[in-house]
Ligand binder design. Structure first.
Ligand code: SF4
Length: 301
């Protein structure tokens, strides 16, 4: 695939066909992120998408029909392809269905403000067309933290847009970030994040630990002593308190990112939730505080 920049996708979409719709990020200003620093944002024209689909078709040759039958889920590539207007998105879905007629679900990353630019009727039309499982960058339940991260929206907008997605029948998978407030804030962060998530009712929660990637403001702030990272122990305490406070039995919890010191996943009901908590509690006793420096100093994902 001839695509500018690195192709990022949620780890749990490893087996999903990836089709590019946008390049870069329409925001590209979060203080912890360097994923798209070297790529200008642009919406790819439908001809480009058609070119990729033709490429896939040619690669599979006589086996393409069999391949197409298995593609029930499509992942649209880009930092926030949901930025496309409803009309443009529907046009692309129609084109993909010409090649992959069995595709039922079109999933992708999204920002809360990508939702607010669409009317309720447009969200319904997108849901009917198969748009579902939006990976939504929520990160924190604290407005002050979202502001410091320069996320570009606060908890009120997140809530309102999640309610609208729920109403339209579009599930959202919320991306949450532990350690985002720095040291000494674990309990407060966990409580606020759980309150927000319990209210907005995602069908999945994906957790990763904040990391100071090269060239980010966060990295500069740490070096200058303006931001003191939470210790590994604090990050795990936050994750445990967050998990304990979540009351979403039908939600899938995934905290197995390469940046997470202890990797757990499972449904947030009875046994599975208890197993995840037991694993985290058992692991926390073996974690040295100093380890946060190792985990949080990766150059990039
Ligand atoms: S975290 Fe997401 S929204 Fe923020 S700059 Fe990176 S890609 Fe864009």
């Amino acid at each position: 695939m001839d695509y500018k920049g690195t192709v990022y996708r949620p780890p749990i979409e490893a087996c999903t066909i990836l089709l590019p719709v946008t390049e870069g990020c329409s925001h590209n200003a979060c203080h912890f992120c360097n994923m798209y620093k070297d790529v200008s944002f642009r919406m790819l024209p439908t001809e480009t998408l058609k070119g990729y689909l033709e490429e896939v078709k040619q690669r599979f040759g006589v086996y393409f029909e069999g391949y197409a039958k298995k593609q029930k889920r499509v992942y649209l590539v880009g930092a926030d392809p949901f930025v496309l207007s409803a009309g443009r998105m529907l046009e692309r879905i129609e084109l993909i269905r010409e090649y992959l007629p069995y595709a039922e679900t079109f999933t992708m990353y999204a920002r809360a403000n990508n939702v607010s630019t669409k009317s309720d009727a447009e969200l319904k039309a997108l849901a009917e067309a198969g748009v579902d499982d939006l990976y939504l960058g929520v990160e924190s339940g604290l407005d002050e933290v979202l502001r410091d991260l320069n996320k570009g929206y606060g908890t009120q907008e997140i809530k309102e847009q999640c309610f609208r997605l729920n109403e339209a029948g579009i599930h959202h998978c919320d991306l949450m970030m532990t350690g985002a407030a720095g040291t000494g804030r674990a309990a407060e962060c966990a409580r606020a994040a759980a309150e927000l998530e319990n209210e907005t009712k995602p069908n999945k929660i994906l957790v990763n630990t904040i990391s100071a990637f090269e060239g980010t403001k966060l990295d500069d702030d740490i070096k200058a002593g303006r931001f003191v990272p939470a210790s590994e122990r604090e990050v795990l305490e936050e994750e445990i308190a967050f998990l304990e406070a979540l009351d979403l039995p039908d939600c899938y919890f995934w905290a197995a990112h390469p940046l997470d010191a202890i990797r757990v996943e499972g449904m947030l009901h009875g046994e599975e939730k208890e197993e995840m908590l037991a694993e985290l509690r058992q692991g926390i006793s073996q974690v040295q505080d100093g380890e946060i420096r190792r985990v949080s100093r990766q150059g990039r994902l």
